[in-house]
Design a protein around this ligand. Structure first.
Ligand SMILES: [Ca+2]
Ligand SMILES: [Ca+2]
Ligand SMILES: [Ca+2]
Ligand SMILES: [Zn+2]
Length: 702
């Protein structure tokens, strides 16, 4: 066994063995560090150094049981959220700080529950935590930042790129909805920390699940009593799991390198106070399940040991580890012993995060302002009724189809701030002008006036002129290895009137192109439908590589379709929605940090042709082909005896295009028109049948 693999097994054997616990909740620090060491083998030397610096011989002359000077650590919580319950309250964070300050000073009320044989080794860490009051720019802060990002769905080190404060000054704690940094892990990860020996300025700190922060609010019923963060801060200060390396050998050189924590063969779940899983300890004692660094639940754990305090003291006494955080000069720099009042930071969303409604409906806005109390609210609602408000949570009606901007200014005696969200609210027509059958080929450069990309950024949906099935453009959900596993990218369609497809087996057909980067790790495209203008959605179907999205072949990172053979046509039954006049579709791409998903030619159509003479035939009244076209376009009227006038062609501005039609051919009850010399652009063919107006869009390419 070489040096590296030996050390890896010393540190992480237990992490491997406890994966059999499957659905158990756990700390992600071991697997995080395992990954870190694989990527950065030079860190093995850092671990060797830590064996001396942190876990060195226990100095019995130290009075670890006596009250020492309190060490104060400035803290900042970075809440990463999408305006869901993960955007936890300041009260919940204050409650977490309260719990930390009890447990790290052995002031917790349950010390009496520690079994008597372990009482002599329990330690007061003499550590307290305070929320920062001065931010890295010198501004007044409550020690909490709030950042909107879908990265909260798959929280891992990526969230640290959104916001971080200097790690030698602040303990950074990122709060997320879900932790997914290891796709193969089946258990639930509650948090993970960086160890002081494996740290750097870009990753240092702790990632926590929002509903395990504190013991109130969303954390009220999880049974962990705010002690997951006690455990994670133990890691941040240098402590390892007592079950590291299972029963191990010499306590100075194996396991957690702490001799007064008895070895444990694996993590302890619940509160197994009669367990003795290792008998090689001298003297042989029961497993110390009350230790914060094991996995027993929050009502079972209640202590750190003196040996662990020795490690933490080494960490807090060494400038290469955590000494700078507790320096008096840093207390001044972070303002933790001051109590300033700060100006508020404006923040808001809507009730249930609904950003899309039918014309004439109301939206309730929700105030999420933080960092200071608010004396006055000043909202402005472009396109809304009323168009302004001074309430905290106003209800606004939107009567007219369009996209509207919302702005909020909040003020107190210390100042004011404004937040503006462009095109935040989308108002959808009750009866869509887009009458199916309808083909959307994404040829119009202004397509995103009708379709909406949510959370546009470097990744996710974009119009592409280089990758398309037909015509000059298609859409792509841009995904690569830099995207966070499980992050979601949404593209929402224009609304469609499906009523002309009634009784004819309505279908949505579309073309996709995709190749996974790795077998068995496929991106997923889920199609959702809404019949209430986007306020709620129903999943229709999820496509993965081997269910239509790809062709069961892998490809290199960055694969793109190059010929039409690279595309698959998919067909989705939407007959349930034939009676709705404003059906919207949402294309949700789920990243597996692999390859992009390509989309083109959304065809809202029907399996059955209209029966002759019925009203239902009207939707099949005319066909345009080829569409898009690079030259001529033909329009075939299928029952021209019902039509009294020629089709009218209008351009993108609605203006009639004159002098271009010619009747080509009559065949039974069919009549074909040929149009030529149209300039490249978007056009609409309008047909009037006894007052019923049918419209079809077509494109003339360059
Ligand atoms: Ca030990
Ligand atoms: Ca034992
Ligand atoms: Ca196209
Ligand atoms: Zn842990």
């Amino acid at each position: 066994m070489n040096f590296k693999s030996r050390l890896l097994s010393l540190l992480f054997l237990s992490a491997i063995s406890y994966s059999v616990h499957g659905q158990q909740s756990h700390c992600g620090t071991d697997s995080y560090i395992e990954k870190l060491l694989k990527q950065n083998p030079e860190l093995f030397q850092a671990q060797e150094n830590a064996k001396t610096d942190l876990y060195g011989t226990f100095d019995q002359s130290k009075k670890l049981n006596k009250k020492g000077a309190t060490r104060t650590i400035p803290v900042v919580f970075h809440i990463i959220h999408t305006y869901g319950p993960e955007n936890i309250s300041k009260a919940q964070i204050d409650d977490q700080i309260r719990i930390l300050n009890l447990d790290f000073q052995r002031l917790n009320s349950d010390t009496g529950k520690l079994r008597s044989q372990f009482r002599s080794i329990a330690a007061d860490f003499d550590i307290e935590f305070k929320l920062a009051r001065i931010d890295p720019n010198g501004a007044c802060t409550e020690g909490i930042t709030r950042t909107y990002s879908t990265l909260t769905d798959g929280g891992d080190d990526e969230v640290k790129t959104l916001v971080r404060w200097p790690y030698r000054k602040y303990l950074n704690i990122w709060v997320v909805k879900n932790i997914v940094y290891d796709a193969t892990s089946t258990g639930k990860t509650l948090g993970y920390a960086t160890l002081p020996q494996f740290t750097n300025s870009t990753t240092d700190g702790i990632v926590m699940l929002s509903d395990y922060v504190g013991s109130i609010g969303t954390a009220q019923n999880n049974g962990n009593a705010g002690r997951v963060l006690v455990h994670e801060i133990g890691h941040w200060l240098g402590l390892l799991h007592p079950f590291q390396n299972s029963c191990g050998g010499n306590c100075n050189n194996s396991g957690d390198y702490v001799c007064d924590t008895p070895p444990v063969s694996g993590p302890s779940f619940l509160c197994p106070t009669t367990n003795n899983t290792c008998t090689n300890d001298i003297p042989d004692v029961l497993d110390l399940v009350e230790n914060y660094m094991d996995y027993a639940n929050g009502t079972c754990v209640n202590m750190f040991t003196k040996g662990q305090k020795n490690v933490v003291d080494n960490s807090l006494g060494n400038n290469n580890y955590r000494a700078q955080n507790i320096a008096p000069s840093n207390h001044t720099a972070t303002g933790i012993f001051t109590t300033p009042s700060c100006k508020p930071i404006a923040d808001f969303s809507t009730s249930n995060n609904i950003y899309s409604v039918c014309e004439g409906q109301d939206i309730t806005f929700k105030d999420y302002t933080y960092n200071g109390t608010v004396n006055t609210y000043s909202w402005s609602f472009n396109g809304g009724t009323p168009s302004s408000s001074s309430l905290s949570n106003p209800v606004i009606k939107y009567n007219t189809v369009g996209e509207y901007t919302v702005s909020l200014t909040v003020t107190n005696a210390d100042g004011s701030s404004t937040k503006t969200v462009d095109k935040m609210i989308r108002v959808i027509p009750v009866n869509s002008p887009n009458i199916a059958p309808y083909i959307e080929g994404f040829e119009d450069v202004n397509i995103l006036n009708d379709w909406t990309v949510y959370d546009p950024g470097n990744y996710g949906w974009k119009r592409s002129t280089t990758t398309k099935y037909q015509g000059s453009a298609g859409m792509v959900a841009n995904i690569d290895q830099g995207t966070v596993n499980n992050s979601l990218y949404n593209l929402v369609s224009a609304p469609y009137d499906l009523t002309r497809l009634k009784g004819r087996q309505a279908r949505m057909k579309f073309y996709v192109a995709y190749r996974p980067f790795e077998t068995g790790n496929t991106e997923i495209l889920t199609i959702w439908v809404s019949t209430n203008c986007g306020q709620s959605w129903t999943a229709l179907k999820a496509y993965s590589n081997n269910t239509g999205l790809g062709v069961d072949k892998t490809a290199d990172p960055g694969w793109k379709p190059s010929t039409t053979n690279d595309w698959n046509e998919l067909s989705l039954d939407i007959s349930k929605y034939e009676s709705f006049s404003n059906v919207m579709f949402r294309f949700e791409a789920r990243s597996r940090s692999g390859n992009s998903i390509y989309l083109d030619n959304i065809n809202i159509t029907a399996e059955l042709a209209a029966s002759s003479g019925s009203l239902g035939e009207l939707q099949n009244m005319f066909e345009l082909f080829p569409n898009p076209s690079s030259g001529k376009i033909y329009i075939r009227i299928n029952h021209f005896s019902l039509v009294h006038e020629n089709p009218v062609i209008t351009d993108a501005t609605g203006k009639e295009v004159l002098g271009i039609s010619s009747s080509l051919q009559i065949d039974g009850d069919k009549k074909v028109y040929e149009y030529q010399s149209l300039k490249p652009g978007i056009y609409f063919a309008n047909l009037d049948i006894n007052g019923l107006k049918l419209v079809q869009k077509f494109i003339i390419l360059q």
